[in-house]
Each structure stands twice: as structure tokens, then as C-alpha cells.
Write a protein that binds this ligand. Structure first.
Ligand SMILES: [Zn+2]
Ligand SMILES: [Zn+2]
Length: 151
């Protein structure tokens, strides 16, 4: 049985997450259009700064006020930034991410014209929050954002 494109892209996002140098959480993202990949990303500090696992192997990344890595761009941010820098047309694209978008990424996803988001794990569950505000934001404003069911 062949995999669906949804599953292929989510599998790739899952593999990409392993490239992350952040100590706490590894997240991967794939940006596609018409079943073709236009960008990829995983969470991590911008090139030329630090790799958290090399800089702080024991204590982990320095935390921000929400207990997230204070240096890293999120996987979605990195995927969108790369597409922008390389002139890819993000309008109407589909994003696959291993962790549902945080509210800041949700705003960026919405503003960049992405039309559909599939995620594997819930950000709220990971953070112990009561609701997935990023998911709610996207669905409220017309971007379909749903958990991808396994084939
Ligand atoms: Zn980090
Ligand atoms: Zn985010």
C-alpha cells in the first residue's frame, strides 16, 4: 500500500525534527504546494549564533518567559523564512509540522497566505496548556488546521 502525500510529508517533517540542535524539543516542518515541496525547516537558533546542544549540553537552552528556547526560530518560522528568501510562492501552500503552531507562528502562517496546516502533536498538550490557541486562531480566520490521522 502506498503512503498518501500527507503521510509522506509528515514523515519527512518527523525526520527533519531530528536535525534540530535544541535540547528540549525537536520540531520539523515541510511547506508544500500542489504536492511539491517548496521549503523545509526545523527549530533552532539562526545560523551564526549558537547550537543549544553544543553550547549548553548539560542545562539546556536558556529559557524565555514562556519556558521556550530563547534563541531558536521555530520550525514553521524557518520554513517560511527560507521560502521568502528564495522567492517561493507561499500563497495557497500547505504546511506540515510535527507540533501544532504556537500563537506567534499561527499569526505568521496566516499572514503568509498558507491555506492548510497539518500537525502531528498538540502544542497545548506538550506545554500543558488548556487550549491550542494557535490552532484555534488559524481555524477562526479560515486556515484549516487539523491533526493528521495516521494512514
Ligand atoms: Zn534551544
Ligand atoms: Zn511557533
Amino acid at each position: 500500500m502506498s503512503l498518501s502525500f500527507n503521510q509522506i510529508f509528515m514523515n519527512l517533517a518527523t525526520d527533519l525534527a531530528q536535525k534540530s540542535h535544541c535540547v528540549k524539543n525537536h520540531v520539523g516542518a515541510v511547506l508544500t504546494k500542489d504536492t511539491r515541496i517548496i521549503s523545509i525547516g526545523y527549530n533552532g537558533p539562526p545560523a551564526g549564533t549558537h547550537n543549544c546542544d553544543e553550547e549548553w549540553p548539560e542545562e539546556g537552552c536558556p529559557r524565555d518567559s514562556k519556558n521556550s528556547c530563547s534563541l531558536a526560530l521555530h520550525a514553521e518560522e524557518n520554513a517560511i523564512l527560507y521560502a521568502v528568501k528564495n522567492g517561493a510562492q507561499i500563497q495557497g501552500s500547505t504546511l506540515y509540522t510535527t507540533l501544532s503552531p504556537c500563537i506567534a507562528c499561527a499569526r505568521l502562517v496566516y499572514a503568509s497566505g498558507i491555506k492548510q496546516v497539518y500537525y502531528k502533536y498538540s502544542y497545548a498538550e506538550y506545554k500543558g496548556l488548556v487550549c491550542d490557541e494557535g490552532v484555534d486562531f488559524l481555524n477562526k480566520f479560515g486556515v484549516s488546521c487539523e491533526k493528521l490521522q495516521e494512514d
